[in-house]
Design a protein around this ligand. Sequence first.
Ligand SMILES: Cc1cc2nc3c(=O)[nH]c(=O)nc-3n(C[C@H](O)[C@H](O)[C@H](O)COP(=O)(O)OP(=O)(O)OC[C@H]3O[C@@H](n4cnc5c(N)ncnc54)[C@H](O)[C@@H]3O)c2cc1C
Length: 167
Amino acid sequence: MEEGITVNSQMETSLPGIYAAGDVAQVPSALEAKSAVHALWPTAVKSGRIAGTNLAGEKAVYSGSLNMNVTQMFDLTVASMGNFMETDGVETWSDDDTPADQYFRILLKGGVPVGAVLAGSSELAATLGLLQPLIRAKIHVGSHPGKLKSVTAQYLAEHHPAFHRQG
Ligand SMILES: Cc1cc2nc3c(=O)[nH]c(=O)nc-3n(C[C@H](O)[C@H](O)[C@H](O)COP(=O)(O)OP(=O)(O)OC[C@H]3O[C@@H](n4cnc5c(N)ncnc54)[C@H](O)[C@@H]3O)c2cc1C
């Protein structure tokens, strides 16, 4: 059964010229073939922008929503992103940069990160921002040592002109 107003990658509903975005829309997922309702602010902002752009006559395609939850409980931040359940075919990877009193597991499928779950400091939760582009771009990290920050830095240096080394 569908959970929201189904849209294609341009946020157009089954009625031509009628668009939906945000919490009411069942949008393409960054990870799954099936579309999903992710009642999240970033998904609402991005899908709304795509809908508006297409409504205005330009063509824009949504790269897909990635679910993410961050909760603060006293001094502890608990967060998850993407697929964080240890299901069949999923391997877990602990980041060597994580302090001993905090928990951080990255889940991979075939060497490609598909999600993460953590409990620790808010700085640790910010690490999910580093992981997100690797999940979205389906970067194979299986052969890398368990250091998320160095893998991410390498990815940014290779793929984002702003991070290219000078000289
Ligand atoms: C308590 C709470 C905490 C949240 N925390 C987070 C968070 O930490 N991180 C995060 O990413 N997301 C969070 N969210 C989710 C985030 O707020 C929503 O995903 C986002 O606001 C969705 O935007 P939207 O424009 O699709 O819908 P909404 O923000 O719900 O906007 C819909 C608007 O339509 C109006 N409306 C409804 N019916 C009609 C009508 N018939 N005619 C005219 N107007 C109408 C409503 O009044 C409303 O203003 C939280 C949500 C809640 C409720």
